[in-house]
Write a protein that binds this ligand. Structure first.
Ligand SMILES: [Fe+2]
Length: 338
């Protein structure tokens, strides 16, 4: 198989209050609005190579409208569509904003993915131009502003099946997984299309809703930027949901917070690069610190919420089995620091 996908190019999300979300991305996260087309707002980080990386669309609930990957060539776009349809999934071709002829499909567990080759490269002019020829625009003056979009983490009822389909059909590399200490249940996996430890994550979804998203993430250059982002958010009255800390899997520093729609956003930095074509994914246990490597605090219960919300307002009412819920909420209680 030729290499089909190159990297995550944008996420489109829905928000019940588009203007509140957009104001948050501009004033608190440090993104810039580049286009308003109809009711949709297109935003970018200062270091994104293409015109936009986040689209905010109106919707009754917070959700992932689609996650988009750029293919590795025009031919790869055609090959990817063929591979998807060979699996019995029928997508559709459409003309996308700034991405030309694109292919959109809904995967086996209800997640919309958009594939495209064409892009609009971004080159700022005037005061926004950078003296670095490789930078699409100058570094943001907003403290802690992310350089780029980094990854998206969806929620799926069968994590292993999700991994199997996306690795086989689209050539994602399977990088690591988490299986509960108490039972052989896969609760998390990471996939990648490039040297990053992941650009697509999968968490176990205990709800009955298809196609949910747990969070999406931006990249900052270094841990100090992440701490400054945390500082800015706190000064502005935005609570941090979890972190700053460090994931065992991927070894990234992380920080989670919510945008006004309640959708979860992450800031990431650090971690390893991995180019190994025949990498064998390790199976982590939560007790090894797969999520919080320091193992000095329990993950808040709110982190199990994905979007759109399940029928009930809490994880308990989402029907997550107790053994999974307990392990997700406090994976270290029964295992000490081991
Ligand atoms: Fe993440």
């Amino acid at each position: 198989m030729i290499k089909l996908l190159s990297h995550l190019s944008f996420v489109a999300i829905t928000s019940p209050d588009v203007e509140a979300s957009v104001e948050f991305y501009e004033k608190q996260v440090g993104l810039t609005v580049v286009d308003r087309i109809g009711d949709d707002v297109y935003l970018r980080c200062w270091g994104d190579y293409y015109r936009y990386s986040v689209v905010v669309k109106p919707g009754a609930e917070p959700s992932l409208d689609t996650m988009a990957w750029r293919t590795s060539s025009p031919e790869a776009l055609e090959e990817a569509a063929k591979a998807i349809e060979a699996k019995g999934v029928q997508g559709e071709w459409f003309e996308g904003q700034g991405i030309g002829r694109a292919y959109r499909f809904v995967g086996p567990q209800g997640h919309s993915m958009t594939l495209h080759w064409d892009v609009e490269h971004f080159h700022a002019t005037g005061d926004d131009a950078s003296i670095y020829p490789d930078r699409p625009s100058r570094r943001s003056r907003h403290l802690g502003a992310p350089r780029q979009l980094d990854h998206v983490t969806i929620a799926a009822r069968d994590v292993d099946a999700f991994v199997a389909w996306y690795t086989e059909v689209l050539g994602f590399r399977f990088m690591a997984r988490t299986v509960l200490d108490e039972a052989p249940i896969s609760v998390f996996s990471v996939l990648t299309t490039n040297e990053k430890s992941h650009d697509l994550g999968v968490v176990l979804d205990g709800s009955t809703r298809d196609g949910r998203v747990n969070h999406y993430a931006f990249w900052v250059d270094q841990r100090e930027d992440l701490l400054q982002a945390a500082d800015v958010l706190m000064e502005n009255g935005t609570p941090m949901e979890y972190g700053p800390s460090i994931h065992g899997i991927g070894e990234q520093n992380f920080l989670y917070f919510r945008e006004p729609s309640s959708l979860r956003i992450e800031m990431n930095t650090g971690g390893y690069r991995n180019y190994v074509p025949d990498w064998q994914a390790n199976t982590w246990k939560p007790s090894q610190g797969s999520n919080n490597f320091y193992r000095n605090s329990a993950m808040p219960m709110s982190m199990t919420e994905s979007f759109p919300p399940a029928d009930g307002p809490s994880a308990t009412e989402e029907g997550v089995p107790d053994e999974i819920k307990d392990a997700l909420l406090n994976p270290y209680a029964q295992h000490g620091r081991g």
